[in-house]
Design a protein around this ligand. Structure first.
Ligand code: BDR
Ligand code: CA
Length: 316
């Protein structure tokens, strides 16, 4: 199995991603690190521990990370994810706590201890990852690839042009994008498209297995941010980034320069993706020359990911 670490702000769709990662036989989920985003970091830790417990994976180490972005204030998305940050489903409190060490320390430890290079899957503001890269740059030798949910080629959600995870901590996202390891950007353009049909959601809700029921309830949670529609959407959201690790051929990517707007004002947090034809380096007349190219997901095979998601959860 592929060794992976998830960095999250659980979060309705982060929870869907955790359920998938725990159940997919091709993944070895070595740790989960938490960061402020959809809700405050203590809420994120609580939600993450609860979900893992419901999934029968109460032994995976979970660490508490940054409680605020590098520069910005915390701006939660409780209006989308509910007061508890995870759909207000009335889930039980977890029976264990986060590990003693902080998220950055746990990330470093797990990355360097892994016998095979780790795939990092950040699906939240990138504060923990930026701190990791700055504090322990040696970790890059233990990272196979970073597949992150964040950014948008076209339209944003937090603002007209900025996606929430990047907008919440733009400086951290800018650090990630120059990490010097292969990066895949699973942005809003694909994120918003993977929707589970209502009949499947209902089947999950009616399951006798708690983890499947939980997935059903989470999928039925109204998430206007991912649908623009007030009715239940079935969006798997962040889980799509994990699908892209298991099944990279489910997305179509192109290696492109991506820059984060750090300017104050209406573009702050926008990911500017340069899709102009690039016949040769010498023909680029502007922009930084040493910019790292990012594999940007431009298309997704929706049916394939929905099938993968459901089959993995239901074990068929
Ligand atoms: C991202 O923001 C969060 O609300 C979701 O969990 C997802 O990671 C989408 O913009
Ligand atoms: Ca998230």
């Amino acid at each position: 199995p592929i060794p992976v670490i998830i960095d999250c702000d659980t979060g309705v769709d982060d929870a869907l991603a955790l359920l998938f990662a725990v159940r997919h036989p091709g993944l070895d989920l070595r740790a989960v690190t938490c960061v402020a985003g959809n809700t405050d970091v203590d809420g994120v830790v609580r939600n993450t521990l609860t979900v893992l417990e419901q999934a029968g994976a109460g032994d995976i180490p979970v660490a508490r990370g940054a409680e605020r972005p590098l520069i910005e204030a915390v701006r939660t998305a409780r209006h989308v994810h509910g007061q508890d940050g995870m759909g207000d489903l009335g889930l039980p409190a977890p029976t264990r706590r986060a590990v003693e060490v902080d998220a950055v320390t746990l990330l470093r430890r797990e990355i360097l201890a892994s016998p095979r290079p780790v795939t990092l899957i950040p699906m939240a503001p990138l504060t923990n990852i930026a701190l990791l890269l700055r504090m322990y740059p040696e970790v890059t030798r233990g990272i196979e690839r970073i597949v992150f949910m964040g950014g948008a080629v076209a339209t944003g959600n937090a603002t007209p042009v900025a996606e929430f995870n990047v907008w919440h901590d733009p400086e951290a996202a800018a650090i990630l994008l120059t990490a010097g390891v292969p990066i895949t950007m699973y942005g809003l353009d694909v994120f918003q498209r993977v929707l589970v049909p209502a009949a499947d959601v209902q089947r999950l809700r009616g399951s006798s297995e708690p983890a499947l029921r939980l997935a059903g309830e989470l999928l039925a949670h109204r998430d206007p941010a991912t649908s623009g529609d007030p009715t239940p959407t079935g969006g798997i959201g962040d889980a799509g980034a994990v699908c892209a690790v298991v099944d990279p051929e489910g997305i179509t990517t192109r290696p492109l320069p991506v820059e984060v707007s750090l300017a104050p004002g209406p573009t702050r947090g926008q990911t500017i993706v340069d899709r102009r034809p690039r016949p040769g380096e010498s023909e680029i007349h502007d922009g930084p020359r040493e910019q790292q190219l990012v594999d940007v997901a431009l298309d997704v095979d929706v049916e394939r990911f929905v099938k993968l998601y459901l089959a993995t959860l239901e074990g068929v």
